[in-house]
Each structure stands twice: as C-alpha cells, then as structure tokens.
Design a protein around this ligand. Structure first.
Ligand SMILES: C[S@@+](CC[C@H](N)C(=O)[O-])C[C@H]1O[C@@H](n2cnc3c(N)ncnc32)[C@H](O)[C@@H]1O
Length: 258
C-alpha cells in the first residue's frame, strides 16, 4: 500500500503543526523518495513532531536532518536525528552546513517564513541538491500577510514568479532578461546563473513552492527536425498568407478616408 504523509503525521509522538492541504502536496512531491537512501533536511524543528513524521514516511534508509535557531532542538540528536543550530537567513550558515553534510536530496523549509529567510535559503541550497532532488518552501501564504511586510514586490512568491522568467530565458535567441529589483545586482546575477544551470522546473501549489533540481535537464534549448516528408503546407498563423488584405483594401472595407 502507498505510504501517506498524513498517516506518519498522525503517528508522530511529538507535536507538529501543518496545514491539511499540505499532505496531498507532500505525497505528490515525495512519493518517489520513499524507502530510498536519501538525505532529507527540514528547516524548523520546534517540538520535533515533523522529524518523526519524516522518519516514518521515508523509512529507515533516510538520513533525516533538522535545522533550527533554538538550541533546545539538540535534544533530538538522542533520537538519532542530525541537528544543526543556525540561522537560515545567513549565507555563512549554509556554507558551514553543506561543508559538514555534503549534498542533499530534499530541503523542506518550514522555518521563519520571512521573505529574506525563504529567499536566502533558495539562493544557497539549490546548488547543493542532487539531480532529481527538490527544494520545497512551505507557508508561502506569508507572501500576502502584513505581519511579514507583504504583499510586496520583494515577497517570496514574487521572487519565485520572477525565477520562472530566468528559466524561460534558457531559450536561445531571446533578448537578455531585464534587470529586476527583487535582489541587488550581485545576488540577482548569481541567482540567474543558479536557475539557468540547475533548475528543471518550478511548481506552485497553494502555500507551497517546489524547485525541481536537475542539472542534466536544465540545458539550453535547440530546435530539431525529424526526417519526415515536407508537405510544404502554408503557415496560417496570421491568416491565409495568399489572401492577406493590404492596408488599402482594409481602409476601403472600413470606409476610412485618410
Ligand atoms: C513552524 S515551526 C516548525 C514546525 C515543525 N516543522 C513542525 O512541523 O512541527 C518554525 C521553527 O523555525 C524556527 N526558526 C525561525 N526562524 C528561523 C531561522 N532564521 N533559522 C532557523 N530556524 C528558524 C523556529 O525556532 C521554529 O522552531
């Protein structure tokens, strides 16, 4: 029988707060990782309930790592989890973390949920995720909440919408992407390259955004032809090319005298 994240959530011996719609999204995104030898990281531990949920769901071959600012989270090391105390908003923390841990398969961000925390996490984690791995940021409804200084141009949802443009600009022969003011110039340049080189797709769900990483598939697009017979059919994209009305004919038809 297919495993369900909701069952693992219910079984967890410590408290976890999630939102009911998330379980369908988790099941959809994570099903191919069940019982695999993966490294799964969650930012945001609080009472530890989700650590136990993920261990139950992914199975005993998974390495489950938690990150939190609160040093009390260290208690879960006794239960066999790897715990890191640090600030997701600091690039130096991520440097330290990935130097210790190596590459990972999934990062789920259920940390502080501010624009900057979610954005810095995205900027610093994508390159460290293995091909076919995922960066999943949850509670992105904070992009619409006053207490998180939103709605704003710098919301994480707007940052991620802009990131769609960066992926589309992998298509050759379109002009350079105009500069946005979501990030300062240096960060913007770096983020564009990270997306260009690593991200196969971005999916938007209610309250959750998922970046699918795959360096092999994140490649420049190229036009290709097969060997089939060319019937020389005309392209009617702009109407019948043999019957295109001239401006004069149109003016006459519309009775315009200038
Ligand atoms: C929503 S709770 C996590 C809930 C947990 N994942 C669960 O499902 O039960 C958010 C946690 O993020 C931590 N946090 C907040 N800001 C953070 C930051 N900048 N870096 C790391 N952790 C942070 C908080 O201490 C808190 O424990």
């Amino acid at each position: 029988m297919e495993k369900k994240t909701k069952h693992s959530f219910i079984k967890s011996k410590y408290l976890s707060n999630k939102h009911i719609n998330y379980f369908d999204v988790y099941d959809d995104l994570f099903k191919n990782f069940v019982d695999k030898k993966i490294t799964f990281v969650e930012v945001g531990i609080l009472n530890g309930g989700s650590l136990f949920m993920w261990r139950d769901y992914f199975g005993k071959n998974a390495r489950i790592i938690g990150i939190d600012l609160n040093p009390a989270s260290k208690r879960f090391e006794k239960e066999g989890f790897e715990i890191f105390i640090g600030d997701q908003q600091k690039p130096e923390f991520w440097n330290f973390f990935f130097n210790k841990v190596g590459n990972i398969d999934i990062l789920l961000d259920d940390g502080g949920h501010t624009n900057e925390q979610q954005t810095v996490t995205t900027e610093n984690c994508i390159e460290k995720i293995n091909d076919e791995g995922l960066l999943v940021i949850e509670d992105t409804h904070t992009s619409y909440m006053k207490e998180f200084d939103n709605p704003s141009e710098k919301s994480f949802v707007n940052f991620s919408k802009r990131n769609i443009d960066c992926i589309n600009y992998r298509f050759p022969s379109i002009d350079e992407l105009p500069v946005s003011n979501h990030l300062d110039l240096e960060r913007e340049k770096r983020m564009k390259k990270i997306l260009y080189d690593n991200v196969f797709s971005i999916s938007f769900f209610e309250s959750i955004i998922c970046y699918k990483v795959n360096k092999k598939l994140a490649k420049k697009n190229v036009k290709v032809k097969n060997q089939g017979e060319n019937l020389n059919h005309k392209d009617f994209r702009y109407g019948n090319p043999d019957k295109r009305d001239t401006i004069e004919e149109l003016k006459q038809a519309l009775d315009i005298n200038e």
